[in-house]
Design a protein around this ligand. Structure first.
Ligand SMILES: Cc1cc2nc3c(=O)[nH]c(=O)nc-3n(C[C@H](O)[C@H](O)[C@H](O)COP(=O)(O)OP(=O)(O)OC[C@H]3O[C@@H](n4cnc5c(N)ncnc54)[C@H](O)[C@@H]3O)c2cc1C
Length: 505
């Protein structure tokens, strides 16, 4: 049966979509005031309680937590830490303000895939929700009329939330390298700012919120004639996560590889920038139609998944990965609106050869086609070997390959490369185990161990809260004897003067 057999003659219309709505600064300021009052009403932040680090043998400052990466996950983790009364925290991001994460950089969709009601970064505070942000500016009618959340609206909402809560992000500061003290009780992080200035900070805990690619890198498929460092390739072969000047492609012929959301978004961007022709190639004979991960985003899954035994966890995510996620309906229609767009299913590539005048793509049936440029919409790989920040530890980090039968690990090579995390997102391993347990991986790489708690929006509030509570638990347990001593030394009278008042000695 051909795909056309299922195509209804009249396709339903696509609702209006836009990446950014109009801003109303005074409405947002009023909402921010309300949100701060709401936080005060629920006693956020509670009093700070973490004792100064004991492990340091000198007076140099020690952080309780360094959060590396201030995208959606890092900022929400920092908010959750504050809600636990953990304030000796630094939050850094190598990108400039507004350039954190994909929203204002390499994401090319008009709207989020998620339904507009999605919550997470607000950690359950109604006046910090996206809906409150949108309604403050566009009213209840505006909200009712909104189809899905605009991509730039989402970026600006995250920035507003961060400012409202008062999370001080240090932009332009990159985590370069991590090491640890001899006893494994302190981590040392080497930071570098945008001017190349380096700084070394010590921290008791490190949250690695380095992004969708934060446990790996953009996935570049291998082809016999394609070398990444080839200058011809740099000008004509791109990954969807690259900065791309689509305007330069007006009148050109572009090929896109892949069937996921980003492949379609990039095809649409090329079409809208005036490309003469965009041909998208997909290996499978059909586009995936069903998003299985939706069925794994109930509160049951999000809260309970971590407690499952290894084989059940493995079964769920290897299945979801194998089924693949369909591209959003609106995005496919965005491409299909152009007569010069072609989707070629069941057409895998054998080779990609860039040269001075273009790129030759050879298909597996031996035919060759010429394009001016190609884009790989092939997603992100999970391989900690690709992360220089923790390179020193990579060979020692426990991965799923160590916990499933070798034939399963071979069959699902990427799933097997996911780190095998502890209950508080901590890395694990026998060598350097004490130091590894102080590093918490709060990004897509956590999925095999915790479910989708540190990648997609719906699981974020549960994930960030779990992370922050685990940090609070471990900081307390580490200092338990000092907390005991403080408890004994506590002399604040609670029973004030009565007839039976007895002065304390
Ligand atoms: C195109 C696209 C569309 C998506 N749409 C949706 C959607 O509709 N719904 C949904 O639920 N999810 C969606 N996601 C998935 C997920 O919500 C996003 O990937 C989200 O950005 C994940 O947040 P994050 O904090 O993990 O990563 P990011 O937002 O990427 O943030 C990571 C941050 O870490 C910083 N960083 C990296 N390395 C360093 C370093 N060494 N030092 C300092 N900083 C560093 C980066 O600059 C970045 O700002 C989408 C993802 C993509 C890529």
């Amino acid at each position: 049966m051909s795909p056309q057999a299922h195509t209804p003659r009249e396709l339903p219309p696509v609702p209006v979509q836009f990446a950014a709505s109009a801003r109303d600064a005074s409405a947002l300021e009023a909402l921010a005031r309300q949100a701060r009052a709401d936080l005060e009403r629920i006693n956020v932040p509670p009093p700070a309680w973490v004792l100064p680090a004991e492990a340091a043998t000198d007076d140099a400052p020690v952080l309780d937590v360094l959060v590396a990466g201030a995208g959606m996950c890092g900022q929400t983790a920092a908010f959750a830490l504050r809600r636990e009364g953990i304030v000796n925290v630094r939050l850094i991001d190598r990108a400039p303000r507004g350039g954190e994460g994909p929203w204002g950089t390499y994401a090319r969709m008009l709207t989020l895939r998620s339904p507009k009601q999605v919550g997470g970064p607000e950690l359950g505070v109604p006046s910090l929700s996206f809906r409150a942000w949108y309604e403050a500016q566009h009213g209840a009618d505006g909200w009712a009329a909104l189809h899905k959340i605009g991509r730039i609206d989402w970026r600006d909402y995250l920035l507003w939330l961060r400012d409202t809560v008062g999370l001080p992000v240090e932009n332009g500061v990159a985590l370069r390298k991590v090491s640890h003290s001899d006893d494994g009780r302190l981590l040392t992080a080497e930071l570098e700012d945008a001017h190349g200035r380096c700084e070394t900070v010590r921290t008791r805990q490190l949250v690695l919120a380095l992004g969708r690619d934060g446990s790996g890198a953009p996935r570049w498929p291998e082809f016999p004639s394609l070398k990444r460092d080839d200058a011809q390739a740099a000008a004509r072969v791109f990954h969807s996560a690259d900065a791309i000047d689509f305007g330069a492609w007006a009148g050109q012929r572009i090929a896109v590889l892949g069937a996921g959301a980003s492949a379609f978004d990039n095809a649409a961007s090329a079409l809208e920038a005036g490309a003469a022709q965009v041909v998208q190639f997909v290996r499978r004979p059909w586009l995936p139609q069903i998003n299985k991960s939706k069925a794994a985003s109930s509160h049951g899954f999000l809260r309970g998944f971590e407690a499952l035994d290894d084989m059940r966890k493995w079964r769920v995510y290897t299945y979801i990965f194998e089924q693949q996620v369909p591209p959003p309906w609106e995005t496919v229609r965005r491409c299909d609106a152009h007569a010069n767009f072609t989707l070629r299913l069941a057409t895998p590539w054998h080779d990609v050869a860039p040269d001075q005048g273009g790129v030759t793509v050879t298909l597996t049936d031996g035919t060759a086609e010429r394009f001016d440029a190609v884009i790989f919409g092939t997603g992100f790989d999970v391989d900690l070997l690709d992360r220089p920040e923790i390179a020193r530890y990579t060979p020692h980090i426990d991965t799923w390959a160590d916990h499933v039968p070798p034939e399963d690990a071979q069959r699902h090579a990427e799933a097997a490369r996911f780190p095998y995390l502890g209950t508080g997102f901590e890395l694990q391993g026998t060598t350097h185990g004490a130091a590894l347990r102080r590093m918490r991986l709060f990004n897509w790489g956590a999925t095999m161990s915790h479910g989708a708690l540190a990648g997609d929006i719906p699981g974020l509030a549960i994930g960030a809260t779990r992370l922050a509570q685990a940090v609070a638990r471990d900081l307390f347990v580490e200092d338990a004897d000092r907390h005991w001593a403080r408890l004994q030394a506590h002399t604040e009278p609670e029973l004030l003067a009565t007839r039976w008042y007895r002065p304390t000695d």
